[in-house]
Design a binder for this molecule. Structure first.
Ligand code: CP3
Length: 351
């Protein structure tokens, strides 16, 4: 059994020289895979899968059985942390997540504040234990949380809104309440991610999907600050952190202050442009446009080559999509992507 630190993903995170660029795919276990849909239909839906360690482990392994990927990612969701707050989460097909209550003021908040018992999400740690033993250290396992800010947007809205009216109102009228809410989510997140690490995850990813709602210093005060607090709380564990944000262009001067190992980005900015702007502090994960997976194989190969070339001839690139893969993608195209990265990336890693 090789120590996990020898794995390609970990080496790329540390910018050590490697033979090829590692690749995994956001939402690699999910609705584009018929074997996932089968299990989901049999078990009565997404939440039932997440809360069943045996099935959640099986689903985590599904994409690894089909494709040569360089990492596993825990099958779960950033909103599962709501169990530590006693807030009930459900998912309706095509409508996204829904909570049984919203948290929009200090009174709502005081009704849910508690001591955040990780046993409420014990099924996640049982799942991690199972995955680790199935993986047998062949590839690392990524655990994850949402950033406190991104989780807060869902607690405030109570569902998957596209306009964030309540969130936007609070940003301009009640920053005090927001900081109280973020303090609480941060406390729970630290306990939760700590227990994921104890259970065996090799890398931690923090999804700040909606960090882009915050402009200027508000991004620092309401998102980055709490991410750094989580990082401080787990830094003695020696587990690398990937921070993911959409639309990072306006945020680059702040991102530079993050104390994480990798920045994951979407396709709204060129990989080369982003890398030049942030400098060499971080490894970079991303940012292949998932819609290219609807084109023919030659176009996929060509785009893979362009992206590898944009990053340049050195370690520190983790190949991934810019956003999660969607159900309209044919799994055969994922196979093409994996083959293309395996074939084309060696020449960008050897000089
Ligand atoms: O990447 C992986 O394969 C790991 C599992 C994972 C899921 N969600 C599974 C999932 C991860 C890391 C997430 C993160 C997540 N969840 C984010 C941040 C990343 C991002 O996409 O920006 C957010 C914002 C959520 C919240 C969430 N979960 C929404 C808004 C939705 C509905 C819309 C959608 O994208 O599907 C989900 C559902 C969800 N999470 C599914 C899966 C596989 C689909 C569930 C189904 O089968 O219906």
């Amino acid at each position: 059994m090789q120590p996990t630190s020898n794995h390609l993903l970990l080496k790329a995170i540390n910018k050590e020289p490697i033979d090829r660029t590692p690749l995994w795919i956001m939402r690699q276990a999910g609705r584009y895979l018929p074997e996932y849909m089968d299990l989901k239909n049999k078990s009565g839906g997404f939440i039932n899968l997440v809360k069943n360690p045996e099935l959640a482990c099986e689903i985590t392994m599904q994409p690894l059985k089909r494709f040569s990927l360089d990492s596993a990612i825990l099958f779960s969701d950033i909103l599962i942390i709501s169990d530590m707050f006693g807030i009930e989460l459900s998912f309706e097909d095509n409508k996204g997540p829904k909570f049984d209550k919203t948290i929009r003021n200090d009174r709502d908040l005081s009704a849910i504040v508690q001591d955040y018992d990780v046993n409420q999400v014990r099924y996640v740690f049982d799942t991690i234990n199972r995955i680790k033993s199935e993986l047998n250290n062949e590839v690392p396992l990524i655990g994850f949380i949402g950033s406190p800010w991104t989780v807060a947007t869902y607690f405030i809205e109570g569902n998957s809104t596209k306009n964030f009216n309540n969130v936007k109102k609070l940003i301009s009228t009640d920053e005090k309440f927001l900081s109280n809410l973020l303090d609480e989510i941060t406390k729970a997140s630290i306990k939760y991610i700590h227990q994921q690490i104890v259970s065996g995850v090799d890398v931690v990813m923090i999804f700040d999907t909606w960090g882009g709602l915050l402009q200027g210093d508000k991004y620092l005060d309401l998102s980055i600050k709490y991410v750094n607090r989580i990082k401080d709380a787990i830094k003695n564990k020696g587990i690398p952190i990937i921070y993911y944000i959409r639309e990072p262009r306006e945020k680059i001067s702040y991102i530079k202050d993050l104390e994480v190992d990798v920045i994951g980005i979407d396709s709204s900015i060129g990989l080369g442009e982003f890398r030049r702007a942030v400098g060499d502090k971080f490894a970079v994960q991303g940012n292949f446009d998932k819609d290219i997976l609807k084109l023919d194989d030659a176009a996929i190969y060509n785009s893979v080559d362009l992206l590898l070339n944009e990053y340049g001839f050195s370690s520190g690139h983790i190949f991934n999509l810019g956003v999660g893969i969607t159900p309209d993608i044919d799994p055969e195209k994922v196979k093409t992507l994996v083959d293309a990265v395996r074939e084309l990336s060696p020449s960008y890693n050897k000089r």
